[in-house]
Design a protein around this ligand. Sequence first.
Ligand code: 5AD
Ligand code: SF4
Length: 446
Amino acid sequence: MEKHLYIETFGCQMNERDSEIMAQLLGEHSYIQIMDPAQADVIVINTCSIRGKAAQKAYSLLGVYKKIKETNPDLIIAVAGCVAQQDGRTLLERMPYIDIVLGPQSVYDLPALVAEARATKKNKLATDLSADFIIPPFLPELASSTPHKRFVTIMQGCNNFCTYCVVPYTRGREISRKFEDVLDEVAHLTAKGVKEITLLGQNVNSYGNDLSGAQKHSFPELLRAVAEIKGVELLRFTTSNPKDLSEELMRCFAEIPTLCPHFHLPVQSGSNHVLKLMNRKYTIETYLEKVDKLRQYQPEIAITTDIIVGFPGERDQDFEDTMALLERVRYHSSFSFKYSDRPHAKSADFGDKVAEEVKSARLARFQARQDEIALERRQDDVGKTFTVMVEGKSKTAGNQWSSRTGTNHIVNFYSDNALAPGQMVKVVVEESCKHSLRGRLIAGNE
Ligand code: 5AD
Ligand code: SF4
């Protein structure tokens, strides 16, 4: 009999991918995904705990699901992801209506956990983190609405222990997926018509460090091997720690034609004093050297970043250094956050905490200037011609199509032609808008 599954996902693309895996696994047990949690037999909430705000959102939704369970006592509520890993048993103690708490290494066990929870009517806790965990070979089903682009996980976990970060505690140590498994998954996807592949990991540059023998390959080797697979038209990856960015990887941008000219290179702060407190293991000088070199290899490359303002001990001058870095690199875009204390993270115990209103003022100033720079960057694109991938048709504006450049800019354009998501077309950019570009189609169906 058909059963109903509702999944709510927070956080990064790793979580998005894990949710797809959980949906597929339960799909094999007759669960179909629905959009209304009130109609569900199983609710999975895949949580994120990177910042305080993300974790709070998960907790408040759990309150909503509790109400649903009061009207449907057979409902199974499963909490997955990083809050689950971090709060584990405490979650079950504080909220006994939760049936299953499962960490990121246990997503593959969800169907068994659901069956056990139903049969025994007891809570299940699955939050073991093992350094010997092997990411199973797993071939995705292709029923999603954007089958032309997919994420492929190449590694899990992180060994870096930046002092603000919860990830090493929620995702464990770095574990690389087997080289062949990654290639098999990509070949499976492209055989089904997927054109754009994004390789995913918390720190993709250290891919392979934990592999040995015939399996030992570096990230640039993996990139080159993936690029060789028939049907890979666009290749992307995320995310990287600048300290591990090698020249060999930079060279890939000059030598792999399908590798999109976009590099997300989180800097976190423009001040060496703060970088040291964060345990980032690079200086602004070495970071800038890498940025310059990347641009030599690929002059068109769009560099984006993550910034934390108000890290404990961040003085006015440190923040000014971050503003100066912004002028020097001129990021195409960035994600910026106010620092928040996280469980286990060392910086939670640091003194010299920055006042909330100072954090807010710094964030506002940073974002205002970043928005201006992003706009200037987009204006530089006006008049240029790009080969872009069609992403889909606008729901609101008739024959308007949306596409994305290799540099990760959205370009909207009009066309009466029947275009298909995944199709590569040529557009000339005519105008720069607030968050996107407007273009004119000059050639389709290449
Ligand atoms: N406080 C604020 N921002 C954080 N990030 C990670 N941990 C914290 C924290 N404790 C940000 C970093 C990271 C991004 C994913 O989230 O900028 O790169
Ligand atoms: Fe959030 Fe980090 Fe966990 Fe992703 S890995 S869900 S960003 S805490």
